[in-house]
Design a protein around this ligand. Structure first.
Ligand code: DAH
Length: 338
């Protein structure tokens, strides 16, 4: 064993190691328990006592030299790997990123907001009342007492504690009359709920917009012309309407207002069920009992009201011939409104 040649060949091996793994193995082979450099200590025992000191020192120098060479080689290998990676990878900071999909408003929202603008322009407040109602607000105050057959017109979801998911936006009438001093005009858009079997034309959740006009004297003529103006503004063209008598306990007289189908121009199509007309809204003069329940004296105040579903308006406005598209949530359908 010779210290100088051992160190020399160790340094040559270290210089030749070209991966970190080889270098790690080499380190064990040199400085490990049975490593070539470690084994050099045997020379101490074999030497005459006078030479042991200088040999020991020389071995320490050899160890330090090899350790340093290992360290330096390790650093060089790591730097080399980084440099190669940088050279191989191209990164163009000027390439535009992937465009995220943009959301859009639902056609129901678009129509509702348009209606809110139209009614605001006509001096109506736009109010938002809750979706969970008391039996009183949803029925009793609207002249639909318990056991009245009219309750069967709207199948109701009840909560365990006896509240209802509002079956229509009409309870807003009572709340508004209790909240504001007449005369006033108010519109209440919102979701309503009915416990109905789902089919092509029925949903358990749908959207309505209710309107209420309270003054000393109101007229059916004023009601109908307001409806006509409102519909013409929604559709941005002249709309033909017709009136039929309709029964709603909270109005007297009550009407069903139909509009001529805009998709077929009255000739008959899927949306108007081939009749040329589309049932659009219910309306009438507010029943004296309703005014009384809301705390107004019917001898002093009169009111008209209307309520309409928004799905049909959406269908007519955007030429959609199947109601299931409106609430189906299919993105391919909704993306058309982006
Ligand atoms: N609440 C009725 C429904 O959901 C719609 C309605 C009819 C509202 C006549 C009114 C009205 O304000 O006057 O079927």
């Amino acid at each position: 064993m010779n210290i100088d040649t051992t160190v020399e060949s160790a340094l040559a091996e270290i210089a030749a190691a070209d991966t970190e793994a080889t270098l790690r193995d080499l380190e064990v082979g040199l400085l490990g328990k049975k490593g070539t450099i470690t084994e050099l200590t045997r020379l101490i025992g074999a030497a005459p006592p006078a030479e042991r000191g200088p040999i020991g020192k020389a071995i320490n120098v050899a160890k330090a030299t090899v350790t340093q060479a290992l360290e330096a080689r390790k650093v060089a290998l790591v730097q080399g790997a980084i440099a190669r990676e940088l050279a191989d990878t191209t990164f163009d900071v000027s390439v535009p990123g992937a465009r995220p999909d943009l959301g859009s408003f639902h056609p129901l929202t678009l129509v509702q907001e348009r209606l809110e603008d139209i009614f605001t322009a006509m001096g109506f407040m736009v109010l938002d009342y809750g979706e969970v109602e008391t039996d009183f607000m949803n029925f009793e105050a609207l002249n639909i007492p318990k056991h009245h057959p009219a309750r069967d017109m709207q199948d109701t979801f009840w909560t365990k504690d006896g509240h209802v998911l509002r079956t229509h936006t009409s309870p807003g009438q009572i709340r508004a009359m209790k909240q504001f001093a007449p005369p006033f005009r108010a519109a209440f858009p919102g979701k309503v709920f009915r416990n109905e079997a789902l089919d092509a034309s029925h949903e358990h959740t749908f959207h309505q917009l209710e309107g209420l006009f309270v003054d000393r004297v109101v007229s059916v003529a004023g009601l109908i012309s307001t409806m006509k103006i409102m519909l013409s503004q929604v559709f941005e063209r002249e709309v033909t309407v017709r009136l039929r008598p309709g029964y709603f306990p909270f109005v007297e007289p009550g009407f069903e207002l139909d509009m001529q189908c805009l998709l077929c121009g009255g000739a008959g199509c899927r949306v108007c069920k081939h009749s040329g007309w589309v049932e659009t809204l219910g309306c009438g003069l507010v029943h004296p009992n309703v005014l009384r329940h809301a705390g107004l004296d019917p001898a002093e105040w009169q009111a008209w009201a209307f309520g309409m579903g928004l799905s049909r308006l959406v269908m007519m406005r955007y030429g959609i011939d199947d109601i299931r598209h409106v609430l189906g949530g299919d993105l391919r359908f909704l993306q058309q409104f982006a």
